[in-house]
Design a binder for this molecule. Structure first.
Ligand code: ZN
Length: 312
């Protein structure tokens, strides 16, 4: 079975700390990825708000460089994947199919040329905003009156459709979400977002958003951050299962994926302390009566299908 996680922040975490991918105290390292049975992984270059003014492109390039240094340093464990075909090939070679994402359109510094160069450097997914407004759109932190996609944001989505990149609506405010859904030719992704019906937080999606995204062939990666799972008590792996079951109920089994947010979150649910614990999700789903093929879809098959549709 392919386990495919749509979002971790290991690049920014390790770039900042200088610690090793081989083994570290965080949520993702090579030892824990082996425990997960490898699979596929989107590594996000998270643009820190401290870099927004004058250093967004610079810091993004440092993270892309770190990604490519990992590929050289650990050829037995990792290999770059830029397409659905690559993911299958790397997976069957027993290594982690490693995909590149950028979290925060600030990295573009207003330039479609930078977007195209990022594609050439291997980037296959862009999260349009983080929580704030940028020149593409407004993040959820701007609230409902924050406005939708800008003209530049529309041009970015159109160029991403042309290049074959995944447009990620996690962190966008609601108006931006509907704008992207209206203008994108390709199915979209919410790489690390949950259902608001189970946990009322503006980072989470309404049932209407979930249904619309699913209807267009998109995928939602369930986020493991305790504050996006449940309020007023310690979250556990069963809250992740509840999110999965809700997404299945509202959007159907084909829209559900995993987007742990590991190394970007300050706490984890009990039972999902790091990426090596993720196979347990599949075990619980089987116990709850999901068929083998449904479990495979949720754990990675749906995200693979989206990559094959959009990237190939
Ligand atoms: Zn995020």
């Amino acid at each position: 079975m392919l386990i495919f996680d749509a979002h971790v922040d290991t690049l920014s975490r390790l770039l900042g700390s200088g610690r090793s991918l081989a083994e570290n105290q965080g949520h993702v390292d090579l030892a824990k990825l082996r425990q997960r049975k490898k699979g596929a992984q989107f590594f996000a270059a998270f643009v820190d708000p401290r870099c927004y003014h004058g250093k967004a492109l610079h810091s993004t390039m440092e993270m892309l460089d770190l990604f490519w240094r990992w590929m050289e340093e650990y050829p037995g464990d990792l290999a770059f994947a830029g397409s659905g075909q690559d993911i299958l090939e790397v997976h069957s070679s027993g290594r982690v199919a490693s995909l590149l994402a950028i979290e925060g359109g600030e990295a573009l510094e207003g330039s479609l040329a930078n977007l195209r160069m990022f594609y050439r450097l291997g980037v296959r997914l862009l999260t349009l905003t983080w929580n704030h407004r940028n020149d593409l759109a407004a993040g959820q932190g701007e609230g409902p009156g924050g406005g939708g996609l800008s003209r530049f944001g529309e041009a970015v989505v159109a160029e991403m459709n042309k290049l074959g990149m995944l447009v990620d609506v996690s962190h966008l405010n609601e108006q931006g979400f509907w704008d992207v859904l209206r203008i994108s030719d390709a199915p979209i992704i919410a790489s690390h977002s949950n259902a608001r019906a189970l946990c009322d937080h503006p980072r989470n999606l309404t049932d209407q958003q979930i249904a619309a995204l699913a209807e267009r062939g998109g995928v939602i990666g369930v986020n493991f951050y305790p504050h996006f799972l449940v309020k007023e008590r310690q979250a556990t792996i069963h809250d992740v299962i509840e999110q999965i079951e809700h997404l299945v109920k509202v959007g159907g089994v084909d829209c559900v994926a995993l987007g742990s947010d590991f190394d970007g979150i300050s706490g984890t649910p009990l039972g999902l302390e790091h990426c090596g614990k993720v196979p347990e999700v599949a075990e619980i789903l089987k116990e709850r009566g999901y068929t083998g093929s449904e479990v495979e879809k949720i754990m990675g098959g749906n995200l693979l299908r989206l990559c094959q549709t959009v990237l190939d």
